[in-house]
Design a protein around this ligand. Structure first.
Ligand code: ATP
Length: 202
Protein backbone atom coordinates (compact mmCIF):
# COMPACT_ATOMS: atom_id res chain seq x y z
CA UNK A 1 0.00 0.00 0.00
CA UNK A 2 1.33 3.39 -1.01
CA UNK A 3 0.84 6.19 1.54
CA UNK A 4 0.89 9.67 0.07
CA UNK A 5 1.13 12.57 2.54
CA UNK A 6 -1.02 15.42 1.21
CA UNK A 7 -0.21 18.82 2.67
CA UNK A 8 -0.39 22.53 1.90
CA UNK A 9 -1.18 25.85 3.54
CA UNK A 10 -4.37 26.93 5.25
CA UNK A 11 -7.36 26.93 2.85
CA UNK A 12 -5.11 25.72 0.02
CA UNK A 13 -7.61 23.01 -0.93
CA UNK A 14 -6.27 19.84 0.72
CA UNK A 15 -9.73 18.59 1.65
CA UNK A 16 -11.10 19.37 -1.80
CA UNK A 17 -8.19 17.61 -3.54
CA UNK A 18 -8.44 14.58 -1.22
CA UNK A 19 -12.14 14.26 -2.05
CA UNK A 20 -11.34 14.24 -5.77
CA UNK A 21 -8.75 11.48 -5.32
CA UNK A 22 -11.27 9.59 -3.22
CA UNK A 23 -13.73 9.72 -6.13
CA UNK A 24 -11.01 8.16 -8.29
CA UNK A 25 -10.63 5.26 -5.88
CA UNK A 26 -8.10 6.32 -3.23
CA UNK A 27 -8.68 6.00 0.51
CA UNK A 28 -8.25 9.09 2.68
CA UNK A 29 -7.14 9.52 6.30
CA UNK A 30 -7.53 13.05 7.65
CA UNK A 31 -5.13 14.04 10.45
CA UNK A 32 -7.41 16.91 11.56
CA UNK A 33 -10.28 14.48 12.00
CA UNK A 34 -8.03 12.13 14.00
CA UNK A 35 -6.98 15.11 16.16
CA UNK A 36 -10.65 15.75 16.95
CA UNK A 37 -11.37 12.06 17.55
CA UNK A 38 -8.60 11.50 20.12
CA UNK A 39 -9.85 14.26 22.41
CA UNK A 40 -13.43 13.00 22.62
CA UNK A 41 -14.63 12.21 26.16
CA UNK A 42 -13.55 8.73 27.19
CA UNK A 43 -10.42 8.71 25.04
CA UNK A 44 -7.04 8.35 26.77
CA UNK A 45 -5.77 11.72 25.50
CA UNK A 46 -8.93 13.42 26.76
CA UNK A 47 -8.37 12.01 30.26
CA UNK A 48 -4.73 13.12 30.22
CA UNK A 49 -5.67 16.64 29.08
CA UNK A 50 -8.28 17.03 31.83
CA UNK A 51 -5.84 15.65 34.43
CA UNK A 52 -3.21 18.18 33.27
CA UNK A 53 -5.24 21.32 32.60
CA UNK A 54 -8.20 20.85 34.95
CA UNK A 55 -11.96 21.27 34.56
CA UNK A 56 -11.55 24.84 33.35
CA UNK A 57 -10.96 23.53 29.82
CA UNK A 58 -14.27 21.62 29.74
CA UNK A 59 -17.68 22.76 28.53
CA UNK A 60 -20.88 22.07 30.46
CA UNK A 61 -21.48 18.85 28.51
CA UNK A 62 -18.02 17.47 29.36
CA UNK A 63 -16.50 17.97 25.92
CA UNK A 64 -13.29 19.90 25.48
CA UNK A 65 -13.53 23.70 25.32
CA UNK A 66 -11.12 24.17 22.44
CA UNK A 67 -11.13 27.95 22.72
CA UNK A 68 -10.17 27.86 26.42
CA UNK A 69 -7.44 25.28 25.81
CA UNK A 70 -6.25 27.22 22.78
CA UNK A 71 -5.96 30.41 24.84
CA UNK A 72 -3.82 28.62 27.46
CA UNK A 73 -1.37 27.06 25.03
CA UNK A 74 -1.20 30.13 22.84
CA UNK A 75 0.09 32.14 25.80
CA UNK A 76 2.37 29.45 27.24
CA UNK A 77 4.84 27.52 25.04
CA UNK A 78 5.56 24.99 27.80
CA UNK A 79 1.83 24.22 28.11
CA UNK A 80 1.70 23.85 24.35
CA UNK A 81 4.50 21.30 24.39
CA UNK A 82 2.74 19.42 27.18
CA UNK A 83 -0.49 19.32 25.18
CA UNK A 84 1.31 18.19 22.03
CA UNK A 85 3.12 15.54 24.08
CA UNK A 86 -0.34 14.12 24.81
CA UNK A 87 -2.07 14.58 21.46
CA UNK A 88 0.68 13.83 18.93
CA UNK A 89 1.39 10.25 20.08
CA UNK A 90 -2.37 9.61 20.28
CA UNK A 91 -2.87 10.87 16.72
CA UNK A 92 0.09 8.83 15.44
CA UNK A 93 -1.29 5.71 17.10
CA UNK A 94 -4.75 6.30 15.68
CA UNK A 95 -3.27 6.90 12.21
CA UNK A 96 -1.37 3.60 12.38
CA UNK A 97 -4.58 1.81 13.34
CA UNK A 98 -6.52 3.34 10.44
CA UNK A 99 -3.75 2.62 7.95
CA UNK A 100 -3.46 -0.98 9.13
CA UNK A 101 -7.21 -1.43 8.65
CA UNK A 102 -7.05 0.04 5.13
CA UNK A 103 -4.11 -2.22 4.26
CA UNK A 104 -6.00 -5.24 5.55
CA UNK A 105 -8.99 -4.22 3.43
CA UNK A 106 -6.78 -4.31 0.34
CA UNK A 107 -6.42 -0.60 -0.41
CA UNK A 108 -3.49 0.28 -2.70
CA UNK A 109 -3.41 4.09 -2.44
CA UNK A 110 -4.02 6.12 0.69
CA UNK A 111 -3.81 9.89 1.08
CA UNK A 112 -2.83 11.01 4.57
CA UNK A 113 -4.04 14.63 4.71
CA UNK A 114 -2.06 16.63 7.25
CA UNK A 115 -1.67 20.44 7.29
CA UNK A 116 1.57 20.30 9.31
CA UNK A 117 3.16 17.22 7.80
CA UNK A 118 6.39 19.07 6.97
CA UNK A 119 6.51 21.35 10.03
CA UNK A 120 5.87 18.43 12.41
CA UNK A 121 8.75 16.50 10.83
CA UNK A 122 6.67 13.41 10.13
CA UNK A 123 7.32 13.13 6.40
CA UNK A 124 9.22 9.89 7.12
CA UNK A 125 5.92 8.24 8.07
CA UNK A 126 4.63 8.55 4.51
CA UNK A 127 6.08 7.17 1.29
CA UNK A 128 6.01 10.53 -0.50
CA UNK A 129 4.80 14.09 -0.03
CA UNK A 130 2.40 15.90 -2.37
CA UNK A 131 1.72 19.60 -1.88
CA UNK A 132 -1.41 21.59 -2.72
CA UNK A 133 -0.19 25.01 -3.77
CA UNK A 134 -1.99 28.24 -4.66
CA UNK A 135 -0.96 31.86 -5.11
CA UNK A 136 -1.16 34.05 -2.04
CA UNK A 137 -3.93 36.34 -3.23
CA UNK A 138 -6.23 33.41 -4.05
CA UNK A 139 -5.38 31.81 -0.71
CA UNK A 140 -6.30 35.05 1.07
CA UNK A 141 -9.60 35.38 -0.78
CA UNK A 142 -10.63 31.75 -0.13
CA UNK A 143 -9.66 31.91 3.53
CA UNK A 144 -11.59 35.18 4.06
CA UNK A 145 -14.66 33.75 2.31
CA UNK A 146 -14.61 30.37 4.03
CA UNK A 147 -13.96 31.55 7.59
CA UNK A 148 -15.57 35.01 7.39
CA UNK A 149 -12.28 36.70 8.26
CA UNK A 150 -11.08 40.23 7.59
CA UNK A 151 -8.17 40.60 5.21
CA UNK A 152 -5.84 41.40 8.14
CA UNK A 153 -6.92 38.37 10.18
CA UNK A 154 -6.54 36.08 7.16
CA UNK A 155 -3.13 37.57 6.40
CA UNK A 156 -2.03 36.95 9.97
CA UNK A 157 -3.00 33.27 9.77
CA UNK A 158 -1.21 32.78 6.49
CA UNK A 159 1.92 34.56 7.77
CA UNK A 160 2.06 32.37 10.88
CA UNK A 161 2.65 29.35 8.61
CA UNK A 162 5.52 28.22 6.41
CA UNK A 163 5.12 30.09 3.13
CA UNK A 164 3.55 28.24 0.22
CA UNK A 165 6.64 29.01 -1.88
CA UNK A 166 8.81 27.15 0.63
CA UNK A 167 6.30 24.36 1.18
CA UNK A 168 5.96 23.53 -2.49
CA UNK A 169 9.67 22.61 -2.61
CA UNK A 170 8.92 19.54 -0.49
CA UNK A 171 6.40 18.15 -2.94
CA UNK A 172 7.24 15.22 -5.20
CA UNK A 173 4.03 16.31 -6.88
CA UNK A 174 2.68 19.87 -6.65
CA UNK A 175 -1.02 20.41 -7.33
CA UNK A 176 -1.70 24.02 -8.29
CA UNK A 177 -5.10 25.05 -6.97
CA UNK A 178 -4.90 28.70 -8.07
CA UNK A 179 -7.52 28.11 -10.75
CA UNK A 180 -11.20 27.15 -10.65
CA UNK A 181 -12.66 23.79 -9.66
CA UNK A 182 -12.83 22.54 -13.24
CA UNK A 183 -9.11 23.19 -13.69
CA UNK A 184 -8.41 21.42 -10.41
CA UNK A 185 -10.42 18.37 -11.42
CA UNK A 186 -8.63 18.14 -14.74
CA UNK A 187 -5.26 18.40 -13.03
CA UNK A 188 -6.13 15.80 -10.40
CA UNK A 189 -7.26 13.37 -13.09
CA UNK A 190 -4.05 13.89 -15.09
CA UNK A 191 -1.90 13.38 -11.97
CA UNK A 192 -3.89 10.28 -11.03
CA UNK A 193 -3.25 8.79 -14.47
CA UNK A 194 0.45 9.67 -14.48
CA UNK A 195 1.37 9.02 -10.88
CA UNK A 196 -0.97 6.25 -9.85
CA UNK A 197 -2.35 4.29 -12.78
CA UNK A 198 0.92 4.28 -14.74
CA UNK A 199 2.94 3.12 -11.77
CA UNK A 200 0.71 0.30 -10.59
CA UNK A 201 1.66 -3.03 -12.07
CA UNK A 202 -1.28 -5.38 -11.66
P1 ATP B 1 -7.78 23.89 5.91
O1 ATP B 1 -6.60 23.03 6.10
O2 ATP B 1 -7.51 25.33 6.18
O3 ATP B 1 -9.00 23.38 6.62
P2 ATP B 1 -7.96 22.96 3.15
O4 ATP B 1 -6.57 23.07 2.67
O5 ATP B 1 -8.49 21.59 3.44
O6 ATP B 1 -8.21 23.94 4.35
P3 ATP B 1 -10.34 23.35 1.53
O7 ATP B 1 -11.25 23.38 2.72
O8 ATP B 1 -10.37 22.16 0.64
O9 ATP B 1 -8.85 23.66 2.00
O10 ATP B 1 -10.56 24.64 0.61
C1 ATP B 1 -10.59 25.95 1.17
C2 ATP B 1 -11.78 26.72 0.63
O11 ATP B 1 -11.58 27.00 -0.74
C3 ATP B 1 -13.09 25.95 0.70
O12 ATP B 1 -14.12 26.87 0.98
C4 ATP B 1 -13.23 25.34 -0.68
O13 ATP B 1 -14.57 25.11 -1.04
C5 ATP B 1 -12.60 26.42 -1.55
N1 ATP B 1 -11.94 25.92 -2.75
C6 ATP B 1 -11.01 24.94 -2.84
N2 ATP B 1 -10.57 24.79 -4.10
C7 ATP B 1 -11.23 25.71 -4.85
C8 ATP B 1 -11.20 26.09 -6.23
N3 ATP B 1 -10.37 25.49 -7.11
N4 ATP B 1 -12.00 27.08 -6.64
C9 ATP B 1 -12.81 27.72 -5.76
N5 ATP B 1 -12.88 27.43 -4.44
C10 ATP B 1 -12.10 26.44 -3.98
Amino acid sequence: MRIIGLTGGIASGKTTVARLFEELGAAVVDADQLARDVVCPGEEAYQAIVATFGDQILQGDGTLNRAALGAIVFADPAARRTLEGITHPAIAQQAQKRLAALRAAGHRIVFYVAPLLIEAGVTSRVDEVWVVYLDRETQLRRLMARDGLSREAAQQRIDSQMSMEEKRRYGKVVIDNSGDLAALKEQVLRIWREEVEMSVSW
